[in-house]
Design a protein. Structure first.
Length: 391
């Protein structure tokens, strides 16, 4: 069968990423999923080829590409049947360092990240007691001389065990002492090798077994010392820095969902064309083909919003609404496509060897993380449509 047509730009980039992904077949991802393992060989190959350094500027030894190209890389991983969730953190976490870090910090970390010697895969924002209400987070980082002392707890901190550096959002000024809830939080770069050694206070990590093969953890900070040189940007402005990075994160996740969506549509149409029941291919029945066609339409539409958001971001223009809408539309479309693909496969959709059930689980995550669908509706209602603030 011919590849399914899609809003298809950056053909050369796509083909290069596709060639790399082709070395990691279905059996590879099935094995990693069954073992609840980390796709080390895949991430190493991606890093070695320079794809995870796509957004690092050339002066720090990266490729100096934009969010658009980075999103194409992420899309292709998922479109090939893989899972970019194992490594997408590096693409967007780095943006925080890039946009708000000092020259000394960029020189210290970016070339090593670009060379694959350091991984910046992890970002700890979510907390168990406050969830989506980020401005009420309870983890504190109190300055004592040339150190910040971090105490508190995070949850769902992903890829920590496969990262060297982690971005942490913590309160540096108590909530009672700030004018606005969004003030008084700061971003600190935690060197995980140091933190986990126990040499400068405590940090304990407890993995969370979950529905997807996604390495994610509870993290307990017990007076962990971090040098003040690791403060990113200015103290007290961390929430804004994290929000800045979220537009990139949402656009990249949208691209991954779109990659998933095309994968589901492709698998569904192939199966529907081959599987013969009642003497004809099941795809000849409109009850089977229409839902596949419908999800394809939705993915194509979401894809346009994704490219729109990415191009605004790359032009340095505001893109909060577009990035949120792209993420919402893409996550919804990929989930619908997952459901249709599973239904099209009948019982075989549940068999691990078809990959459908794995991708079904993987794509479901994106209606909840990194931001849940209701939070996007709330953002659009309040900030785009001017409706009264609900919380
Ligand atoms: C596998 C996985 C990986 C993750 N990785 C990371 C990571 O690396 N770093 C990190 O910081 N976080 C991470 N997260 C956390 C993720 O960002 C949060 O789970 C998500 O933002 C939702 O927060 P919550 O789980 O606390 O849900 P809650 O805030 O408790 O919300 C629960 C539900 O209620 C809804 N809700 C809450 N308040 C309202 C309201 N006012 N109006 C309408 N609906 C509302 C929400 O939309 C949601 O559906 C990860 C989560 C998962 C599952």
């Amino acid at each position: 069968m011919e590849p399914i047509p899609s809003v298809d730009r950056h053909q050369e980039l796509r083909e290069a990423v596709r060639a790399l992904c082709a070395r990691f077949d279905s059996a590879y991802w099935q094995r990693i999923d069954a073992e609840r393992g980390y796709p080390e060989a895949f991430v190493d190959a991606l890093t070695g080829a320079g794809w995870l350094a796509a957004m690092i500027p050339v002066e720090y030894d990266g490729s100096g590409l934009g969010l658009t190209e980075a999103s194409v890389i992420m899309e292709e991983i998922n479109r090939s049947g893989g899972n970019a969730g194992a490594c997408h953190g590096q693409m967007y976490n780095m943006g925080t360092l890039l946009r708000h870090g000092s020259e000394a910090q960029k020189r210290a970390w970016l070339p090593s990240i670009a060379a694959g010697k350091l991984r910046l895969q992890s970002m700890a924002v979510t907390e168990p007691s406050t969830g989506s209400d980020t401005t009420r987070l309870a983890t504190t980082a109190m300055r004592q001389g040339d150190r910040y002392i971090i105490s508190g707890q995070k949850v769902w901190t992903s890829r920590l065990q496969h990262s060297d550096l982690m971005i942490v959002l913590a309160r540096t000024t108590p909530l009672a002492e700030v004018k606005r809830r969004s003030e008084g939080m700061s971003v600190l770069m935690v060197d995980l090798r140091d933190a986990l050694s126990g040499a400068h206070g405590g940090m304990n990590v407890r993995p969370i077994a979950n529905m997807v093969n996604h390495e994610t953890n509870e993290v307990f900070f017990d007076h962990l010392e971090v040098p003040v040189e690791n403060l990113i940007g200015e103290e007290g402005h961390g929430f804004r820095y994290i929000l800045d990075g979220l537009n990139a994160e949402r656009t990249l996740i949208a691209a991954e969902c779109i990659g998933d969506g095309y994968w589901f549509v492709d698998r569904a149409r192939r199966y529907a064309s081959d599987r013969v029941v009642f003497g004809r291919p099941i795809g000849q029945n409109q009850g089977v083909q229409f839902p596949i066609a419908e999800t394809y339409v939705e993915i194509e539409a979401a894809n346009l919003m994704r490219f729109h958001a990415a191009s605004l971001f790359d032009a340095g223009k505001p893109c909060g609404a577009e990035a949120n809408m792209a993420k919402l539309l893409a996550a919804k479309a990929s989930w619908e496509a997952a459901n249709v693909c599973l239904q099209t496969h009948g019982g075989f959709g549940f068999a691990c060897e078809f990959d459908v059930e794995r991708k079904f689980r993987e794509t479901r995550l994106y209606q909840v993380a990194p931001v849940s669908t209701n939070m996007i509706f709330s953002y659009i209602a309040e900030h785009v449509l001017g409706l009264p603030r609900s919380f």
